[in-house]
Design a protein around this ligand. Structure first.
Ligand code: FES
Length: 122
């Protein structure tokens, strides 16, 4: 599969989905690589991107969390995170956040530098 990517201010972005795929009420998972599993959310119309992996038990479940008032609550044990900052409201560790933007009906997500596939160094 060929991905469309752009570099803006030295940050690599990948077009990952359509804007309509991300709603206000539920997360949308973007599994970029083994190292970058992201959940997209929409808060008051604005796209937010955080790690999909809950730091409590390292489970990739936050895309299925309960969304309310700019937060997501993990469906497993209730740790809760601010979707803008990634900071925990309930729990003892925060989420990594990613740069993300919309353009012409598509969502562009920051791709981490270590996104090289495991076989790339062979
Ligand atoms: S795995 Fe998310 S709160 Fe336990």
């Amino acid at each position: 599969m060929v991905f469309e990517e752009r570099v803006i201010n030295d940050v690599r972005f990948r077009r990952v989905c359509r804007s309509v795929d991300v709603s206000e009420r539920r997360g949308h998972r973007i599994d970029i690589s083994l190292h970058q599993d992201v959940a997209l959310f929409r808060v008051n119309g604005v796209i937010k991107a955080v790690s999909n992996v809950c730091p409590h038990k390292h489970e990739p479940v936050l895309c299925n969390g309960v969304v309310a008032d700019g937060t997501v609550q993990c469906p497993l044990h209730g740790w809760t995170y601010n979707l803008t900052s990634g900071q925990p409201l309930v729990g003892s560790a925060g989420l990594k956040t990613y740069r993300v933007f919309e353009e012409a009906g598509h969502v562009w997500l920051e791709v981490e530098a270590d996104d090289a596939p495991p076989w790339a160094s062979w």
